[in-house]
Design a protein around this ligand. Sequence first.
Ligand code: ANZ
Ligand code: ZN
Length: 823
Amino acid sequence: MSDHYDFRKVEARWQAKWQEQALYDVEADDSRPKFYCLEMFPYPSGALHMGHVRNYSIGDVLSRFKRMNGFNVLHPMGFDAFGLPAENAAIQNKTHPKQWTERNIRHMTEQLKTLGTSYDWRRQAVTCAPEYYRWTQWLFLLLYKNGLAYKKKAFVNWCPSCSTVLANEQVEDGMCWRCESQVTKKSLDQWFFRITSYADRLLEDLSLLSGWPERVRTMQQNWIGRSEGVELEFTLAETGDRIPVYTTRHDTIFGVTYMVLAPEHPLVEKIAQFSPHQDEINRFVERMKSLTEIARTSTETEKEGIFIGAHALNPLSGERVPVLIANYVLMEYGTGAVMGVPGHDERDFEFARKYGLPIREVIQDPENTTGVLESAYTGEGIMVNSGAYNGLSSVDGREKIAAYVEQKGIGKRTTNYRIRDWLVSRQRYWGAPIPIIYCDKCGEIPVPEEQLPVELPTDVDFGTTGRSPLETSDKFVNTVCPKCGGPAKRETDTMDTFVCSSWYFLYYCSTQRDSLPFAKEDVKYWFPVDQYIGGIEHAVMHLLYARFFTKVLYDHALCNSPEPFTNLLTQGMVIKDGAKMSKSKGNVVAPDEIITKYGADTARLFVLFASPPERDLDWSDQGVEGAFRFLHRVWRLAKACSSESHKVRTHAVQDATRENARELRRLVHRALDKVSTDIGQRFNFNTALAAIMETVNALYEYREKHGMQDAAFGEAIRILTLMLAPFAPHLAEEMWVLLGGTGSVHTQSWPEIDKEATKSDSVTVVVQINGRVRDKMDVQAGLPEAELEKHALAQPRVQELIGDKTIVKIVSVKNKVVSIVVR
Ligand code: ANZ
Ligand code: ZN
């Protein structure tokens, strides 16, 4: 055997072995505790990037660790394989999205295997495979049959030049990404999921998720955005039309100095008709319609509006105020109309300043009673300039005003949510077809379950614009009505890919599917996911949709937990030269390069050692080199040990009485203790690795001084190998063989911590004064001389004896004596 660690050969050999032995395949087993470890599955974009390597290394360490700790570990992988890039690549390269996707999946699967990950590949979920999307369609129908999937007209992004619908991401600065013409909104029939009917539960159950980062829970809470307020009616002075507004601060109603309607508000058109500025109004409305909600309402966006020549009457004060339209009011929220209170709302304040609208104080800031407002005061206070309500606290005022408007029949208390129903229709090819059929006689008919999957046709034209690609396949579109057998047409929209990823974690639980997407028994055993790991970019949409689906399935007794992910870890980004690693920045380091040059163990070790998982990770070539050298250093040690035929030992008791052996055991078991809690409880993989590195240093030192004969050394190197197994699975496996272990290192039990060995011994040290023994003290063994002296001088008897004499000299010997000379 050479002294060179041939990582290429070793890694390939073990990967093949593991696969051959089906080492990571698991089955439900009621006699054993389970652990379901899940990393967010990748989009098959073509190749893994470092973010993936980080994500999957974290999950793999945890899975391997839990496995060694006696858990039956489910650790699956798959591909989120539908989506727009495949379709674009197909248009560009004249291939088929299926071919493009399958090629990428093959390559990325290879890469994942090369990384040494411990997946049960039999359970793989590929969302674009008919055997998967058949069940996505089944779930669509479950929602449909329960009134949770419905069709309605909705505004979508529309490019008039391509005459096609665009996804939000395809609108860049209000322009079509393809032809750069101005995008508008168009009202089209679209499918929605009624996620709003789960809004309260999605909000309340956040309290069950103590294993999630606070930040993610807050983001979900804000996204759902429950708000309690009042809907009350203003009247349009010119026409008598009622305009309900939604407000959470009805206590400020006497401070209303104008009213704002969303540009899309139905009354706008009516008012514009008799306005001399109709053209100007129309131009403004058109421009607003073309902008996305984010572009319109971001705090960075300048507030913009115009007066439309009408007035509104305040229902409480009777005051007449101008009506405007503005970018920051959205049709989709509340009633699409807002009462402008610049004194007490920041957006209104900014807007009023810009357009010279009056700003009036109606809630007095207890810290500012000057009556002059430098900015909006948004807190609570005493009501002023508010007629009969003057002097009330704003909190009481809200109560009183709400009661008043309800009693007068001009308003009612309302709860509003920011969350909208989930628009799932996509006018795209590469997605799961929506399983609905339209019959002239029978109307909208769900595809019968036994006809699933509704397969994607292959004879479509995706190059043309203006139509949903599925419409170009006559074979697909024309079908028979499942009810009357007459001619009928299929729905040609496909589903948002977020639908596919809203249930894949349940698919993994089972390999048994006949009438259900999974066997309930399997789900009962494995579900919910114990640890979910992925990027913070999915904090809202994916996680919310997955929670929604889980709740629907829970309500239909198809799964046993109302929440899918008990614990969530959001990993940080991979940074290089101060910027996120990305193609556009040109600072990408390809995983393949690193793995070819240094091996998978090195790549894993580097990403895990460089920073704790939740923080950003700074790429460093030196760090990679360092990890590489460390692994070689470990290997050389194991090699030396094995060539001296020190086979793996389990008992180090025989030489444990010797001080140096005892110290080695203390160090090793302390490291083991640290590594165990760092991995299992804190995800501090970096500090766990630091403890492993210290152990290696200690072993080298020991070998230098005392050789490798001691049983304590044998035990230490065995524990080192086991501790290293989750991080560097190939090297650890190789070491295990070198050290004479049997079976795979990955099926061994995690080593037992010898708590006794981790304790510090205490020794009795004598204190001499001027050559005579005067005192004794019990101290921790191995205490350095300086520490010993401090202890000695702190002893009451010693202090008494020294009195006001001068200390001339102190000499001490570790673990034995402190000698003080005084005069
Ligand atoms: C008057 C007022 C005075 C308001 C005040 C706030 C402070 P949340 O809590 O998020 O529900 N609003 C209502 N509908 C809107 C829409 N379609 N587009 C933009 N803004 C809208 O926010 C409720 C508040 O947001 C409402 O209360 C309304 O402004 C505004 F001192 O009414 B408020
Ligand atoms: Zn019919």
